[in-house]
Each structure stands twice: as structure tokens, then as C-alpha cells.
Design a protein around this ligand. Structure first.
Ligand code: PGA
Length: 251
């Protein structure tokens, strides 16, 4: 089995102006260990340029939080892969539950977006996860299976390992209610099994993260699970010291 490099991503959501981005990175960048986990920050569109410039001399890479699948066109308010690439952006979060819930992001759209991102040279961070009602009704497996099968349908087997998947149970996002390490491991092992049915090599190499109320004090235990390859961190990633502590917990 290939060694999977841990992957820690900061999802800032609609937080931080460019000035706040500068302040965060001035404190955060010097605290990033020289080797070890891959570290990615995902600021809002307006701070991408600043983040790319400030991270240029560091190991930290920058990803966007969404992308339209067309290269250009009459899609007011949207941003395309070539626009992100021109800024030096490395990847893009796709299918975050807030986009699915509030902005009508569908599995059909994600089935187009994921291969477009890959084809353009952007690393997709695909988010999946069940809501509380679905977990209580024992539908977690069905929901994850549907999302993974649909969202990755157009990704060729040989490129599956280039996608990063984030398992984010919706009931754990921003609630302070973290999945237990066992719950995270179980869901992520299930997702790896779904990838394995298409490509055993892809399943062994693909990074699958946990997201949902990851904090400095619970990160080490979550990250020590055999199938948990990293974390997508929301609230705690807004504080440079907290996100640095989570990065160090992956070591
Ligand atoms: P949270 O958010 O860490 O604030 O729960 C995680 C996410 O939504 O990616």
C-alpha cells in the first residue's frame, strides 16, 4: 500500500478580507513544519491572489472554494478553472454541503465539475456526507454511495487517486459535535471501498479527509485512524495558532 501523505486544508468559507488573509499568513506560515503534511488554505475568491503571492515561497498551497464547469460564458457571479489557474491556484473545493444546501449544487453538476477541474490541472477536494436525519435513519451508506458514484462517474479510473475526498457529516459541521474517531474511520473506509471497486490502486493512493468540528484537541485522535488521511477544517482554521496545531497533530 502506498504511503499517503497527510493532507490538511483550511476552509475559510466567507471569512477574511485580503487584509485579514495577510495577517493570518504572516503568523501561520512561519509555524508550518518544513516537511510532512500537505497544507492547503482555501480563502474566498477575493483573497486568492494575495494568498498565492504570500504562500509562493512556502510549502502551503492555495485552493478555491467553488468553480463553474464552463471555461467562460454568461454565468453571472461564477468563476472558471482557467481564471483560478491564472492566479496560481492549486485546487478547488467542490460540493461542500453548504453549497449543496444553500446554492442548489447537485450531483449532476459535480459530475461535470470534478473532471473539468482535473482536466484543467486543479486538484479537486470533493466533499460528501450525510445529514443528521439520514444518519439517524441508517442511510449513511446509501447517501455516501450515491454521492461518490455520481460525483466521480466521469473521472477515469487512472485519475481517481488525484482527487481528494472530504467526508463531512453535515451534523458535525460548525456544530462542535465531532464524529467519533470510529464513525469517521467507518465512513471513510466505506468510501475507500467504493473507490476500490473501480480501482484498487486508486483506493490505496487516494486521500480521504474527515471534516466537521476538527479542533486542536481532537485532531490527533481523528487523524490516527488508519483510513483518515487528513482534515478539512472550517472554524478552527480561522485562527493561525489553532490551524498550525492541527497541522502539527498530523505529524
Ligand atoms: P467546521 O467546518 O470545522 O467549522 O465544522 C468544516 C467544513 O465545513 O469544511
Amino acid at each position: 500500500m502506498p504511503d499517503r501523505t497527510p493532507y490538511l486544508a483550511a476552509n475559510w468559507k466567507m471569512h477574511k478580507t485580503t487584509e485579514e488573509t495577510e495577517r493570518f499568513l504572516a503568523e501561520f506560515l512561519p509555524s508550518v513544519p518544513e516537511e510532512g503534511a500537505e497544507v492547503v488554505v482555501c480563502p474566498p475568491f477575493t483573497s486568492l491572489n494575495t494568498a498565492v503571492e504570500l504562500c509562493f515561497q512556502s510549502r502551503v498551497r492555495v485552493a478555491a472554494q467553488n468553480m463553474h464547469e464552463a471555461d467562460d460564458g454568461a454565468f453571472t457571479g461564477e468563476v472558471s478553472a482557467p481564471m483560478l489557474l491564472e492566479l496560481g491556484v492549486h485546487g478547488v473545493i467542490l460540493g461542500h454541503s453548504e453549497r449543496r444546501q444553500y446554492f442548489n449544487e447537485t450531483d449532476e453538476a459535480l459530475a461535470r465539475k470534478v473532471p473539468v477541474a482535473l482536466g484543467a490541472g486543479l486538484e479537486p477536494i470533493l466533499c460528501v456526507g450525510e445529514n443528521e436525519g439520514q444518519r439517524d435513519a441508517d442511510e449513511t451508506e446509501g447517501v455516501l454511495t450515491r454521492q461518490i458514484e455520481a460525483d466521480l462517474a466521469e473521472v477515469p479510473e487512472t485519475r481517481l487517486s488525484e482527487v481528494v475526498i472530504a467526508y463531512e457529516p453535515i451534523w458535525a459541521i460548525g456544530t462542535g459535535r465531532t464524529a467519533t474517531p470510529d464513525q469517521a474511520q467507518e465512513a471513510i473506509a466505506l468510501i475507500r471501498g467504493l473507490i476500490e471497486s473501480r480501482s484498487p490502486e486508486g483506493a490505496a493512493a487516494i486521500r480521504i479527509l474527515y471534516g466537521g468540528s476538527v479542533k486542536p484537541d481532537n485532531a490527533a485522535e481523528l487523524l490516527s485512524q488508519p483510513d483518515v488521511d487528513g482534515a478539512l477544517v472550517g472554524g478552527a482554521s480561522l485562527d493561525p495558532a489553532d490551524f498550525a496545531a492541527i497541522v502539527k497533530a498530523a505529524a
